[in-house]
Design a binder for this molecule. Structure first.
Ligand SMILES: C[S@@+](CC[C@H](N)C(=O)[O-])C[C@H]1O[C@@H](n2cnc3c(N)ncnc32)[C@H](O)[C@@H]1O
Length: 208
């Protein structure tokens, strides 16, 4: 169901006439370069602590639960989840060598530098699987298999967030924000795709 796990508000401070050129290699510039190139500096700030609490409550997680973050970047969610809940094991996958090299040393061993299309874990291994703003970085023909791969490694608790739009104005803003995003779907197209592959987990939209 639609669920705003991160309590996201509208990004209405974004000026769509400005030229953005995100670093699609997900290297230094994407995470720690200028804002036009990506995050504009992704430093540890504990932002995943509140989200970890909401996850544990909503999905009734208890030690020794295992959770997975697909597209975990610098692994900050893993750090926050495991420091708040020492009995919970948090794992991550990401293809960015740069982001993973910047992960706190406590969580480095819990991150696999692999593509979301082939997650190196067994079927149903995780009590909770999350993917935030990562699924739309595969091309449209790979979106279904990637989502099925996410579903494969989880039991029943999932949260997925993707870039999306409701109308032409939101589409225009999204294209200005992320001109090179690989899969650009409307809310309706995403929901149809979820139904088609049988995705029954929670989801939310990043609307620019
Ligand atoms: C917009 S960032 C989101 C990071 C994090 N989930 C968050 O919400 O802050 C997208 C992440 O997906 C990763 N990524 C991109 N393509 C990927 C792929 N095919 N498989 C795994 N990770 C990927 C990038 O390296 C980056 O860390």
């Amino acid at each position: 169901m639609l669920y705003n796990l991160r309590n996201d508000g509208p990004k209405n401070t974004f000026d769509p006439s400005c030229k953005r050129d995100p670093d699609t290699t997900f290297g230094h510039d994407y995470f720690d370069g200028l804002r036009e190139r990506g995050y504009g500096g992704y430093k540890y700030d504990g932002r995943w602590k509140e989200i970890s609490k909401r996850i544990v409550e909503r999905y009734h997680l208890k030690a020794p639960a295992k959770v997975l973050d697909i597209g975990c970047a610098k692994g900050f969610f893993l750090l926050d989840m495991m420091s708040l809940y020492p009995g919970i094991e948090a794992w991550g996958v990401d293809t960015s060598k740069y982001a993973v090299s910047q992960a706190p040393k406590e969580v480095q061993k819990n991150i696999h530098l692999v593509d979301q299309m082939k997650i190196p874990f067994k079927d149903g291994e995780f009590d909770f699987v999350m993917s935030v703003n990562t699924l739309h970085w595969v091309t449209p023909e790979k979106v279904r298999p990637a989502l099925k791969e996410m579903m494969r490694v989880g039991k029943k608790n999932f949260f997925l967030q993707v870039d999306a739009y409701h109308n032409e104005e939101e589409k225009r803003r999204l294209l200005a924000w992320a001109p090179s995003v690989s899969t650009l779907f409307s809310v309706e197209e995403w929901v149809n795709l979820f139904n088609e592959v049988g995705y029954k987990g929670d989801y939310y939209w990043t609307i620019i």
